[in-house]
Design a protein around this ligand. Structure first.
Ligand code: TRP
Length: 431
């Protein structure tokens, strides 16, 4: 049995979702959530929204719209952990823990903060003019989002990769000080996921004001698609698919077969008006059934609220005990308990390496968890020294030793969370 891979992603509740959000984030996250080997944590990042927005009504509205969009797009709240960030008080608490193990210099180099500083410098202003400490701390809040649930895999756009790397650093710094509590997450840029162009051909983005709302009514969708920028080629003239925003949008919604047919029509000189009509119909075919469900949810916000509260309860069933463990680890402890508990003492309760000899006369070792379940099993080795050497390597290098030891081991899942966690524990320096 293989432990599921935990996927985690959040959407900041700062606006109305558009087709670019759908293609780049909502649709792929719903697809991933249907995989049997994936456990998904998806959330509405409303604490993040406070960094850029000071209109309370807009944050509330956006939270409803993004939640309803995810649900309308097929997210099954029974299958995933679907929650609102601000319902999880462990997130800001963990943010503080991570703040205290993150170098200020690292945050100075975060892209979002640096972009503001560069802009101020260029304008001859004070470097930190109009920069809130919230913007500066943004990567730490995001690190807490991810590490609280020990997510393995964080599907994000390229602009977010640096944040995931920072979260990895925070995991390592914390683990180094307090023992192995966090799984360092990996950024996963989904190469197959299209970046949707906007009305003007640049990436569809709120900051370019070139978006099409995901659930715009049919008539408005049609009008907006008619406004997509094209060149001035006349009907009958062959059109370039290369660099055509209209074509790329079609591609993001159509099958390979449909896309090939559309490309042929471009070559045959389809009129732009007709091409836009086809694009509109293709998008609407995918969106229309969701739109009906979306409108129903928007009209019944109490239904969405109830789902989010259930999701928060599921999330906190994980977060609350984990946070208790972390409080214990850093020394925020009740005074009645023994003050001598060390990371090492905790470690021995968790997992152990066992060396033994079988009736076949060969030497073996295995890694077992606290309940005795086998996490890693060696093959029969010629000498106790060979087993001892492998054990020493696992203790010294943890998961990093796995690749070299693989020939000595029975097949195992290198991504198994319990295995990786146990190896982290074994190889952690004693506190
Ligand atoms: N900062 C992300 C964005 O702007 C949203 C986000 C917040 C997020 N917390 C996260 C994404 C954790 C992935 C994981 O797109």
């Amino acid at each position: 049995m293989t432990a599921p891979i935990r996927f985690l992603t959040g959407i900041t509740t700062s606006g109305t979702p558009h087709l670019g959000n759908y293609v780049g984030s909502i649709r792929p996250s719903v697809q991933a959530s249907l995989r049997a080997d994936v456990q998904s944590y998806y959330f509405l990042a409303d604490y993040h929204a406070l960094i850029k927005i000071d209109e309370p009504a807009r944050i509330q509205r956006s939270t409803l719209e993004i939640a309803a969009s995810w649900l309308a797009a097929g997210l099954d709240p029974a299958r995933v952990v679907f929650y609102r960030q601000s319902d999880i008080p462990e997130i800001p608490e963990l943010t503080w823990f991570l703040t205290c193990v993150t170098g200020k210099g690292i945050l100075n180099r975060a892209h979002a903060y640096k972009a503001s500083v560069d802009k101020n410098n260029a304008a001859g202003l004070d470097a930190d003019a109009d920069v809130s400490a919230g913007l500066f701390m943004y990567p730490v809040l995001m690190g807490a989002d991810i590490l609280l649930f020990n997510a393995h895999h964080v599907p994000v756009g390229r602009d977010q990769v640096q944040h995931i790397e920072m979260a990895r650093d925070m995991a390592h710094s914390f683990n180094h000080r307090y023992g192995e509590h966090f799984v360092p997450p990996l950024a996963a840029i989904e190469e197959s996921v299209a970046t949707l162009p906007g009305l003007d051909g640049r990436k569809m983005s709120k900051s370019y004001d070139n978006t099409i709302a995901l659930f715009a009514p049919r008539a408005e969708l049609k009008k907006l698609i008619a406004a997509i920028k094209t060149d001035s080629r006349a009907p009958g003239e062959a059109k370039d698919t290369e660099g055509s925003a209209l074509f790329q949008m079609y591609q993001a919604f159509a099958s390979a077969q449909e896309t090939a047919t559309f490309a042929q029509e471009f070559a045959n000189g389809i009129a732009w008006g007709a091409a836009k009509e086809q694009l509109f119909e293709r998008i609407d075919r995918e969106i229309a059934p969701m739109r009906a469900r979306y409108e129903l949810l928007i009209a019944n916000p109490q239904e969405v609220e109830a789902l989010l509260l259930q999701g928060a309860a599921k999330a906190r069933a994980v977060a609350t005990p984990f946070m208790a463990q972390l409080r214990q680890a850093v020394g925020l402890r009740g005074l009645a308990q023994s003050v001598k508990t060390t990371a090492k003492a905790v470690k021995s309760e968790v997992a152990s390496l066992k060396q033994y000899r079988e009736a076949d006369g060969r030497f073996y070792f295995k890694l077992v968890d606290a309940k005795g379940a086998v996490l890693l099993q060696s093959q029969g080795l010629d000498s106790p020294q060979a087993a001892g050497k492998a054990i020493a390597a696992l203790k010294a290098q943890g998961a990093d030793a796995l690749a070299a030891l693989q020939p000595l081991l029975e097949p195992f899942d290198a991504h198994s969370a319990p295995l990786l966690q146990a190896l982290h524990m074994l190889s952690a320096p004693a506190a």
